[in-house]
Design a protein around this ligand. Sequence first.
Ligand code: NDP
Length: 245
Amino acid sequence: MSNINGKVIAITGASSGIGEATARLLASQGARVVLGARRLERLEALAASINDNGGSAVVRALDVTSRAEMQGFIDFAEQQFGRVDVIVNNAGVMPLSKLEALKVDEWDRMIDVNIRGVLHGIAAGLPLMQRQRSGQFINVASIGAYAVSPTAAVYCATKYAVRAISEGLRQEVGGDIRVTLISPGVTESELAESISDADARSAMRDFRQIAIPAEAIARAIAYAIDQPADVDVSELIVRPTASPY
Ligand code: NDP
C-alpha cells in the first residue's frame, strides 16, 4: 500500500519543470495536490490534465516572496482537504552572473524566492503540522548547496542556506515531522531562462546538454514521501550520471 495515496501535498513552483513533474507523478499515485505559482493559467491547465486523468488537483496563485500569500496558500490547502501532509518548497530562480556584474536586483530576487520563499513555507506550515502531529517538508536545494562555481556565488549561497535551514528544522522538529532536502543536478526545466547575463547564459546552455528529465527529481521526492512515518529521508542528491559536478 502506497504511503502517497490520499496525502494532501502542497507544491510551490508547480507551473513548470520539477514542480510540474512532481505534481503529475504524485497525483498519479493518489495524492491530492495543491499547486501554487504565479502563472495561474499554467497551473489551471496542469490541474485540468491531472483531474481529467482521474487525479485530484486544485490551484491557487502564489508568490512565495509574500509571507501572506504563502499563508493563504497553505490555509487554502487545509480548507480544501482538511489537512496538509507535505509541503514541497520547490519554487526557485537562478539568474547566474559574476559578482562583478553587480546585478544586485537579481541577487535580491534569488534571496527573496530561494531563501525567504522556503522560510515562508515553513512559517505557514509548521504550526499546522505541529497541531496535526504529523507532516513533511521537502525543500528543493541543488548541487549548488554543496559546491560553489563562478557566476553561481549568490545562487549557491541561497541553496547552502536552504540546506542549513532544512537540517536545523529537522533537528528541531524530529518526532512527528519529517524534513527532506532534495538536491538536483542539472535537470530539464525553464530554470536557465531566468539568466539575463549573456556569458552565463551561453555557458549554461552547454552545461545543460546532459540534463536529466524533471521526472527523475519527482521520483526522488516520491521516494521520500513514500517511506513509513518513522523513516526520514534527510538528503538526496540526484544528478546526471555523466555529470562531474
Ligand atoms: P523552472 O523555472 O521550470 O521552475 C521554477 C518554478 O518556480 C516555476 O514554477 C515558477 O513559477 C516558480 N517560481 C519562481 N518564482 C516564484 C515566486 N516568486 N513565487 C512562486 N513561484 C515562483 O525550474 P526548475 O523546475 O528547475 O526549478 C525548481 C527548483 O529546482 C528550484 O528551486 C531550482 O533552484 C531547483 N533546481 C533546479 C535545477 C535544474 O537544473 N533544473 C538544478 C538544481 C536545483 P512562476 O514563474 O509561474 O511563478
